[in-house]
Design a protein around this ligand. Sequence first.
Ligand code: DX5
Ligand code: ZN
Length: 227
Amino acid sequence: MIIAPSLLAADFGQLAKDALRASKSGAQWLHLDIMDGHFVPNISFGPHVVKTLRPLSKMFFDVHLMCSKPEILLEPFARAGADQIILHVELGDAVGPLIWKIRALGKKVGLAVNPPTNIALVQPYLDQIDLLLVMTVNPGFGGQSFIYECLPKIQQASAWRREKRLRYRVEVDGGINNQTVAECARAGADTFVAGTALFGQRNMKAAVAKLAKCAAANQPTLAYPKN
Ligand code: DX5
Ligand code: ZN
């Protein structure tokens, strides 16, 4: 199971300091939300910031692209130090070629699905991805409330993985806290993004440990992949 603090909830006046805080928190991944002001109504940061943070941490950089034109950003983020790049299935026909491009850059591939989008749209890509991200808020902003209607999609993502004997991770993102993490774990998620619930705490290490404990206590015994 993996906990991924979302840097969007950090203090942008001291990003490096907060990235270090995440790095020392015991969490394995750092989730980096990239917003272009078009795919979502907000702008966050770009490859230069990721490049600046890269030498500060050995964490796995989980780059979530909420962008209308990811094709112009894949190479810059790959060079900046992304370990995985997540695209949105809402991009339609562009998704297939973009997956191949990320692979060609030697990076892991994630595919995200927004709350209003039918989960069936991800089906053709399931054997080509390392991670399926079920958004549990409408993307664009941190600090929103978890949308409970997304839980059946997590169950579906997990059921497909079992039935098709695939190994993609099931990640959830948005409104994750000690209560909602338990619901997501029960539904089959194994990778948990949390911004406000972690960066908002003075003791981030304790917050990560508590979140992981709440998730682990609710994971189905046959959850897989196994870490
Ligand atoms: C939302 C982002 C999330 C966000 C989560 O658009 O994709 O990663 O940072 O923030 P919290 O955990 O505060 O809901
Ligand atoms: Zn995200």
